[in-house]
Design a protein. Sequence first.
Length: 268
Amino acid sequence: MRNVKNGGLCLGGDTMDYIRFGSGTRTLVILPGVGDGLKTVKGTAAAFALMYRRLAREFSVYMFSRRSDLPEQYSTREMAEDQARAMALLGLKKAVVLGVSQGGMIAQWLAIDHPELVERLILTVTLARPNDTIRTAIAAWTEQAKRGDYRGIMLDNAERSYTPARLRLMRPMYAALGSVGKPKSFRRFLTQAEACVTHDAWERLPEIRCPTLVIGGTEDKIASAEASRELAARIPGAQLVMLEGLGHGLYEEDPRFLERVAEFGGRA
């Protein structure tokens, strides 16, 4: 629980929420998925410091949201530029970067356009270019967001993300799921959702030269298992870990996930 901080940055006339915890000598930057469009990391530093205490022993950990006031159309590459500026404002000159889902899309562009900032890259349940699996998921969430159906988004996301065993535990709680945390506006989420299905770094991936680890699940119903495999094949020297029986929520369900991040990210 050392160095726990809830922070905010002024970025091009806008703001960006971030949290910080840990006291390790190396820097770990975490970029979360599209759910950030519904709720930023604001106020969550203590909770994440506790959940990710395994990482806090080795790293100074930063987790960033996207900008608070995103325009209607804003690409993952533009989000990566924001991320580079945010790191500069905080004096973060080189980091291990962990990108989850859409965060992994942003991390790809960060490694391509700003290789000096990325020491090691960990891409989790993400993709290099859109496919039918993510188009289907995003289309469902977009329709629900336009109706203001926050609960519908949360339930659909859960059903697509978790294993049957975890869903059996979660379903009795579905009545309460989505009753709190509903955003005042879905505009930011819709921008981020659109950025997911327009993301395409495929042609530029061979330019990534930092050590890269790709983590995917064989039952990923949002990005797809094949997306993780082709991503690893496209990045020179990338390592691939496919977790059998796990899906898009593997970062919550894999008991060794944080250990995998620490092991790969901690290598000199």
